[in-house]
Design a protein around this ligand. Structure first.
Ligand SMILES: Cc1ncc(COP(=O)(O)O)c(C=O)c1O
Length: 353
């Protein structure tokens, strides 16, 4: 193909991609409704901030007062990074899974927030949950593989997976405590007998938002979490959990002290215990700092089994780009070490409870 033809094609693709002005609000949208909708234009297409005191439920974006506060913290953190002897290194191509001090600080922060131990060997730094999700899908699957998704689910994902045919989506109804297991089991009975290999160890995927589900707000019951992990082992499924809201738990702990909150329900990753006799490592927790620090940071993490972390080291963006947001993640690491992000999360909880 000549350069001219390629340029023409790119130009028309960009023109065709101009979205309309419809805006998603957070509401229950079924998979079929999503299929009929045009590409949504979000609240930030033209730049700018939300009105003071506002919080966008469409994308879980903080108001300007929180961005201002976080800006102050990041300024101090970048200055403290500049004082370290590894400053120049953080501007170089980096470690594929993320710098060691970054993974360590992220693991310690999550351990404090979840009140459960998180091991830095299971942490892999990503460019946010959206990038993390697509990266996993592209790494392990093709459009021929099935992906079981909640109905309703995060509409932007439902739309993209359907339109771009990255995988074959199979919607499963939601109940008040998570996905309808009986409906899922019926669908699993029809799963094609895909051969697994070390490079492609899963026969299908499942995309879940088990904690503070978007859009229903529900949390999965412990029984459902256990059951889903068992099914994932039996059928060799990869469960990808969008754990983007877990840290933001607004339930008070019952002590009567209005500043004390319960930790979020245990994430599904913790139900897939390496000490279990049938352990294979079937769950990935796909986290994001977009809701906790700032969406513009584009930083997140996987908490993943070691074989997944090892395998992801070979994927194109990790291998060619040598890790994600390497410099920015070191600034975040300094902010985490100073305790700024724990303070910020507490302020978000107090403001939005
Ligand atoms: C369930 C879910 N996943 C992913 C995202 C996007 O996360 P990120 O900004 O880290 O890409 C959102 C934002 O609304 C979300 O609600």
């Amino acid at each position: 193909m000549s350069l001219r033809t390629l340029q023409k094609l790119c130009k028309s693709a960009i023109v065709n991609y101009v979205p309309n002005t419809r805006v998603f609000r957070r509401r229950r949208i079924s998979i079929t409704q999503v299929r009929k909708m045009d590409y949504p234009r979000n609240d930030f297409e033209d730049g700018g901030l939300l009105k003071p005191g506002h919080y966008s439920l469409q994308v879980g974006a903080p108001g300007p007062e929180f961005l201002k506060q976080i800006g102050g913290y990041l300024k101090v953190a970048s200055e403290s990074l500049r004082q370290t002897d590894r400053f120049e290194e953080t501007l170089q191509y980096g470690c594929v899974a993320g710098g060691y001090p970054v993974r360590e600080q992220v693991a310690q922060f999550l351990s404090r927030q979840y009140e459960q131990s998180v091991n830095s060997d299971n942490i892999f730094i990503t460019g946010g949950a959206s990038q993390g999700l697509i990266n996993l899908i592209q790494h392990y699957f093709t459009h021929e593989y099935k992906i079981f998704i909640e109905n309703p689910t995060y509409p932007v994902f439902a739309l993209r997976i359907t339109e771009e045919k990255l995988m074959t989506p199979v919607p499963i109804s939601m109940q008040s405590d998570g996905m309808d297991i009986a409906e899922l089991e019926k669908q699993l009975a029809d799963l094609p007998d895909v051969e697994t290999t070390a490079r492609r160890p899963f026969r299908a995927a499942m995309y879940l938002i088990p904690t503070h589900h978007n859009p229903t707000g529900c949390c999965y019951s412990p029984e459902k979490c256990r059951h889903l992990v068992e099914l994932a082992r039996k059928h060799k499924l990869l469960i990808i959990c969008d754990d983007v809201y877990n840290v933001l738990n607004y339930k008070q702990d019952g002590s009567g002290d209005p500043t004390k909150f319960e930790p979020s329900p245990q994430r599904m990753f913790a139900y897939d215990k390496p000490t279990d006799p049938g352990y294979q490592g079937n769950v990935v927790s796909n986290g994001s700092f977009a809701k906790i620090i700032a969406p513009g940071l584009r930083m997140g993490w996987y908490e993943a089994p070691k074989h997944v972390i090892q395998s992801l080291r070979t994927c194109y963006i990790s291998n060619s780009g040598s890790g994600q947001c390497f410099y920015a993640s070191h600034v975040v690491s300094e902010a985490l070490k100073a305790g700024f992000i724990d303070q910020h999360v507490q302020k978000l909880r107090l403001a939005h409870k």
